[in-house]
Structures are given as C-alpha cells and as structure tokens.
Design a protein around this ligand. Structure first.
Ligand code: HEM
Length: 328
C-alpha cells in the first residue's frame, strides 16, 4: 500500500514538472561563467578555494555536499530549491532534517558574490562544490557544466514524497531514478556515494531488531556487522546515534569503490545499500564497480554529471538569487 502511494505521489509531482523540462541540457556549458564576471574572475577557482578551506576544518564537507546535490536534484531538478528557508519549504521535509551543509554553500556564495555579484546561481555553486567534494575525497576531477538558474519555489510535500526512505525497494528506486532520467547503472553508481558519511540508527534499526515485522534481524546482514550495529544502536535507546555508511574503517572519508566491496560482504548498512548487491538487475554493476576503482571513479563522475542535468532551469526561467536562502 505504502509502495503504491509512494509511486503515485512520485508520478503526480513529476507530471507537474514536465513544463519545466523544455529547456534541456544543450545550453548547459562547460565554463559557462568564463568572461561573465568583472576582471575575468575565475568562478570555479573561487568555489574550489572556499570548499577547500572549509574541508580543512571539517572532513564532513565531502558527504554533506554529495547528499545535498542528490536531495536538490531529486526534487524539482537541480534548481537550489533545497536552500530556500521557510516553514513549508523542502528543508522542512523529514528526509531533509538530517541534511547538512547549507552553511558551506552560503560561504561559497558569499565568496563568489564578493568578486562577481548577481551572476552565479546557487544551483551551479552546489554542482561545482560537489565536484570539489569528490576531488577532496580522493576521487577523480571532472568537468561540470554550468548555466543553471535558481528556482522560485520549494515545497515541503514534494520533498517528503520524492526523497527515498532507507528501506526503499530496488523496484521503487529504479522507478524513482528513471523518472529523473537516470538509468539503473548510474543509479547503482550514485548510491556508491554512501562510500562516505553517516546514517542515523533510526534509518536502519528495523534491520537489526524487527526486519519486515518478523521480530528478527535481516538475515542477509553479515553477523559481525549485525552485532556491532546492535551495540552502537541499542534497541531501547532514546538517542539516535550515527554510524559510518562505509564499513571499511580505512576508507570512511574516501570517495572510492570500497562501499561496493563492503556490500558484497553483506556489510551494507541501509536496506537499499544491501539490496543492490542482492538484486539481479543491479548486482552486475555492483560487481564491476567493486572490482575496479578506476572504473568506479570514471562512472561516478559520469553519473554525477547526469544527476546535475536533471530538470534544470535555463534563462529566462528562474533567477540568480542574491542569497541562496531566499528568492530575490
Ligand atoms: C535510493 C537511493 C538512496 C537512499 C534510499 C538514500 C538514503 C540515505 C539515508 C537514509 C542516509 C542517512 C541519513 C542520516 O541518517 O542522516 C543517507 C546518507 C547519505 N546519502 Fe543517500 N540515499 C540514496 C541515494 C543517494 C545518492 C544518489 C547520493 C549522492 C549522489 C547520496 C548521498 C548520501 C551521502 C553522501 C550520505 C551521508 C551524508 C552525511 O554523512 O552527512 N545518497 N542516504
């Protein structure tokens, strides 16, 4: 029942977007801002320096920016709608309550505005910042396209309906990504973002104590992992602790293929993380990514660029916000 409701709400919201899709990717360009700022300011370099400075103080910049890109692009496309403040904006939707990094983009935006006011969209700043995150995490540098504009609305219920829960089925996940124009291979690759960052116990506790209402643990979970997660997430604790998504302790802050190796050992933390290794439609790609880090790096860049092109707004739609938190 919940699955049907989820699919229906997905369809309704996506149908509402079709009107925004006509300005498609041809006008996104590599180096769109070249020559558009006073004194030939290099926008990409300003963003790179800002993100690097923030990373030196806090490694969590890497996972925070990657998750931000997904949560922005999956709802209304990559239009910075996730940044708008308000009581009923996307930020207030349950899946976004644990999203962090809004301040990272505020700082990058201020740095850009200082040298090139009113020209660079928050939507593009997020895409360039997420690319820097990949590089800082040890992943491969790649070109990103720019020229997006910022959206004028942000609706709590859309984010609540569209952002996937940790226990989403492979079926529903394939449907969700297909509606974004992202195929199964790219979906698997993108879930590989869980090679960095954390999950709250509440997002996977059912797998430890009451999997599918059986009163038992998920039988597919590696026993060593099960015991350690039970220890870190006690059944009756009122505190919602966090654990690393990548269970390889030597790779928790690295953007690499170790997540895929871990899930092949049944050490996926979230339900969907484990399911992509168990499902025949996705396990082949998991195997390819797990066995070759160079392939992972290449595919990860390709998939992030595709995610960054979802339902973008191009001139004359949208605006260039002065502050990422409010429309002008
Ligand atoms: C079916 C797809 C996905 C599901 C169900 C999912 C679900 C989740 C959940 C439940 C968390 C833990 C949040 C918390 O407890 O604080 C999480 C974390 C994270 N997700 Fe996903 N996710 C999916 C796809 C993606 C994609 C496509 C990306 C990036 C492109 C991504 C990047 C991240 C990152 C980096 C974190 C760690 C965040 C941090 O430490 O601040 N996820 N995800």
């Amino acid at each position: 029942m919940a699955t049907v409701a989820f699919k229906l709400s997905l369809l309704v919201v996506l149908l509402n977007y079709t009107c925004l899709c006509y300005g498609s990717s041809p006008r996104l360009q590599i180096g769109y801002y070249k020559g558009k700022c006073p004194n030939n300011t290099d926008v990409e370099k300003i963003i790179k320096n800002s993100i690097r400075a923030q990373f030196r103080r806090n490694f969590a910049v890497v996972p925070q920016l990657l998750r931000l890109q997904f949560h922005d692009c999956a709802v209304r496309g990559c239009d910075a709608s996730i940044f708008l403040d308000g009581d009923t904006t996307e930020k207030k939707a349950p899946p976004n309550l644990t999203v962090k990094g809004f301040d990272i983009i505020d700082k990058a935006k201020s740095a850009v505005e200082e040298h090139c006011p009113g020209v660079v969209s928050c939507a593009d700043i997020l895409i360039m910042a997420a690319r820097e995150a990949v590089v800082l995490g040890g992943g491969r540098y790649f070109n990103v396209m720019t020229g997006r504009r910022d959206g004028l609305s942000s609706i709590l219920s859309e984010a609540a309906n569209l952002l996937p829960p940790a226990g989403i089925s492979v079926d529903d996940s394939i449907a969700l990504f297909a509606n974004l124009g992202i195929n199964v291979q790219d979906m698997v690759t993108l879930i590989g973002s869980h090679t960095v960052g954390f999950a709250h116990c509440s997002t996977f506790k059912d797998r430890l104590f009451n999997f599918k209402n059986t009163g038992k643990a998920d039988p597919t979970m590696n026993h060593v992992l099960l015991n350690s997660l039970k220890h870190m997430c006690p059944k009756n604790s009122t505190k919602d602790f966090i654990v690393n998504l990548d269970r390889n302790t030597r790779s928790v802050i690295s953007v690499d293929n170790s997540f895929f190796k871990e899930i092949q050992q049944k050490k996926g933390v979230l339900g969907i993380d484990q399911e992509i290794d168990l499902d025949i439609r996705t396990s082949g790609m998991v195997q390819k990514l797990a066995s070759n880090n160079t392939f992972f790096n290449e595919q990860f860049a390709v998939a992030l660029v595709k995610l960054g092109a979802v339902n973008i707004l191009l001139e004359p739609l949208g605006e260039i916000r002065k502050s990422c938190r409010s429309i002008n």
